[in-house]
Design a protein around this ligand. Sequence first.
Ligand code: NAG
Ligand code: NAG
Ligand code: NAG
Ligand code: NAG
Ligand code: NAG
Length: 461
Amino acid sequence: MKVLRIFFLVLNIFLIFSETSVQCRFLDFFTEDPSFRKLSEISLPPSPAPQAAAAYFDSTPIPRAILDVVSFGAVGDGVTDDTQAFKTAWDAACQIESATLLVPKHYTFMIQSTIFTGPCKSGLTFQIDGTVIPPDGPDSWPKANSRRQWLVFYRINDLSLQGNGVIDGKGEKWWDLPCKPHKGVNGTTLPGPCDSPVALRFFMSSNLTVKGLRIKNSPQFHFRFDKCQDVHIDSLYIKSPALSPNTDGIHIENSINVKIYNSVVYNGDDCVSIGAGSHDVDIRNITCGPSHGISIGSLGIRNSRACVSNIAVTDSVIKYSTNGVRIKTWQGGSGSVSKVTFKNIHMDTVRNPIIIDQYYCETKGCANQTSAVYISDVEYTSITGTYDVRSPPMHLACSNSIPCTNLTLSDVKLFPAQGQKMLEPFCWNAYGDLQALIVPPIYCLLEGNPLALLENSVNLC
Ligand SMILES: *[C@@H]1O[C@H](CO)[C@@H](O)[C@H](O)[C@H]1NC(C)=O
Ligand SMILES: *[C@@H]1O[C@H](CO)[C@@H](O)[C@H](O)[C@H]1NC(C)=O
Ligand SMILES: *[C@@H]1O[C@H](CO)[C@@H](O)[C@H](O)[C@H]1NC(C)=O
Ligand SMILES: *[C@@H]1O[C@H](CO)[C@@H](O)[C@H](O)[C@H]1NC(C)=O
Ligand SMILES: *[C@@H]1O[C@H](CO)[C@@H](O)[C@H](O)[C@H]1NC(C)=O
């Protein structure tokens, strides 16, 4: 009873401050729902009540309110639709300072496509210790729900998504849609609706921490961060089959100050992809592969303008991947990619360990265009290991009209994974400097800085 009384004290206090709509929903839940008696299962730490603690014992940490989704009616048998319980629990946790929304272990919760919306009180923790799954494949996906996203976090500042649990995107049936490459009859690719949901999308949010979770088999990208700021990703384990289409591990766009540390990604597309409008991205201690490597791009699609700067990838391993570190742009784009560092990266049997591709084209016959995204100030330092001999270890294909400038290679040593034959690096319109030892030697890099040529044609950011 004591716990119950404390809970009502907290409830009263926050109801005074919360918005009417939330109030109504919240009160309805507790007064009309038969699970009313489960109230006491919302576990609060023993007294003193949070506010009292804050007022009287400044040095005492404020106890966290823990809201368990099971107390809000979630069943967790992997079949029952637990979406409403998650939403109600979210709305409640969102209104309490430093609350923890708990997804307990030993349960599997089936959740429909959901938008968890803020703003919330600060210090919210979404603790996933159990398993969370979506409906199984396109046929089970409700017609009214978006097919482009599953779990969305929108307009939230200061959220930590963490835990030892698993987010299983159940992507198999999406990957086999006839519209996906080679999935039609006899290996054809057929037209038709192809939208597949991103597993976790963060949109217009800031001060986010995502750590510890295992995320597997997303129907599409595993993570997408769009218009976010101050993001810290740590210790994630992302896994999908090498042949799963479009399953990028972590995709970032229009986001600033993103840190991705100590994580492992095995998947069927880019390990990390960095899209337009991304600045100050720091990637450290990542292991990728099989994958398509770490990519800046693709940028400049359909003559768009893209600006990307201050990107660092360090102390990482890329193995059994089609690319290592890549910058890819479409012809006809504008803007620039600058201040990029790839440092201390080990390659193991990677097909294109170092690649700039300014002729990126997903369909056949992209027309030649004069406008291009300008690439400059890219540093490759201590890139070592082996390359798959089907293509040369360095491929610097810059735009015909706008060269890449100030590419710096230092201590790059790449050996064939099969046989002894070294393949010659490829360059086109690439300017820069060589420092320290480069293996295989690269003779095609042009010296100097042709900036004078550029002044009129480059549309800088
Ligand atoms: C698929 O290939 C088989 C064997 O080549 C052929 O008999 C069959 O007609 C093809 N099916 C379609 C739909 O093209
Ligand atoms: C960001 O998050 C940290 C850790 O949760 C917190 O200490 C800090 O106050 C937050 N900053 C803002 C602006 O919310
Ligand atoms: C690198 O990340 C792995 C997890 O992928 C972790 O086990 C290891 O301790 C990290 N190394 C450092 C130096 O932090
Ligand atoms: C584009 O330019 C290249 C090199 O100048 C040329 O070989 C190619 O045929 C051109 N492609 C088209 C579609 O015009
Ligand atoms: C070349 O790029 C490096 C960073 O990669 C930068 O420190 C340096 O200032 C650039 N040099 C010029 C001449 O812009």
